[in-house]
Ligand binder design. Structure first.
Ligand code: FE2
Ligand code: FE2
Length: 226
């Protein structure tokens, strides 16, 4: 439990810091836009890989989830534009941001080359844990975003509502599939791994926060046209 509190505090600190710093903010929004878009594609891949096992009721919820994540990507694209920037899709930072959350990361996490080999409940539990991290991140961001950034705040609020719904339906789905404890097992596994690499991760976060934004460049288009 102590590990969990420490790690939650650390991640809250860095999200809070980058969302409140106007120099870091475009980079944070850009990274979220890329992650949300990649999240949507990854869910679609899971849906295809496990098509034979996903019951109709769950498939319906997953389809809505896929659309939600694409909408979140558009919200963060707009948030980048409100900062007067656009995402540099070709940048190395953009490529690694997508790789850190995409299909590749899922395969590394579950240590399988083919997603179809991973039990459906394990895949869902992995997504649930990621959604929980998203809920914490968006709450922190909303906590520090200035009231003057009303359009961005409204967007993030609606993203947060969706992420809370994703957490609920995935928890319910795991209960229905008879795997209520799987997510907790994964949370502990992740905390163990992060804790063992604590020094490395801390160094990476500190360096990232000290650098100028690398995912974005100044935009020539007005935000209203995005
Ligand atoms: Fe999302
Ligand atoms: Fe989500």
């Amino acid at each position: 439990m102590l590990k969990r509190l420490l790690l939650a505090g650390l991640s809250g600190y860095f999200y809070g810091k980058s969302a409140s710093d106007p120099r870091q903010r475009p980079n944070l929004f850009a990274s979220l836009a890329l992650q949300e878009a990649e999240g949507s594609r990854t869910l679609e891949k899971i849906r295809t890989a496990k098509a034979d096992e996903i019951p109709a009721w769950l498939d319906e919820l997953m389809q809505r989830h896929i659309q939600d994540e694409s909408r979140h990507a558009r919200i963060f694209d707009r948030a980048v534009a409100y900062e007067g920037c656009e995402i540099d899709q070709e940048s190395q930072a953009a490529i690694s941001a997508m790789d850190s959350v995409g299909e590749g990361s899922l395969k590394r996490f579950h240590q399988r080359e083919d997603l179809a080999e991973v039990p459906l409940a394990n895949l869902l539990a992995g997504i649930l844990v990621a959604e929980e991290a998203g809920v914490r991140a968006f709450r922190t961001i909303l906590h520090v975003l200035p009231e003057s950034m009303q359009q961005t705040r409204t967007g993030v609020e609606s993203v947060l509502r969706d992420e809370e719904r994703h957490v609920r339906y995935l928890s319910d789905a795991l209960n229905t599939l008879g795997e209520p404890r799987l997510a907790e097992k994964l949370r502990r596994g992740i905390e163990e791994r992060v804790f063992n690499d604590f020094e490395k991760i801390l160094k990476h976060l500190v360096e990232r926060n000290q650098k100028r934004p690398v995912l974005t460049r100044a935009s020539s288009r007005p935000a209203t046209l995005v």
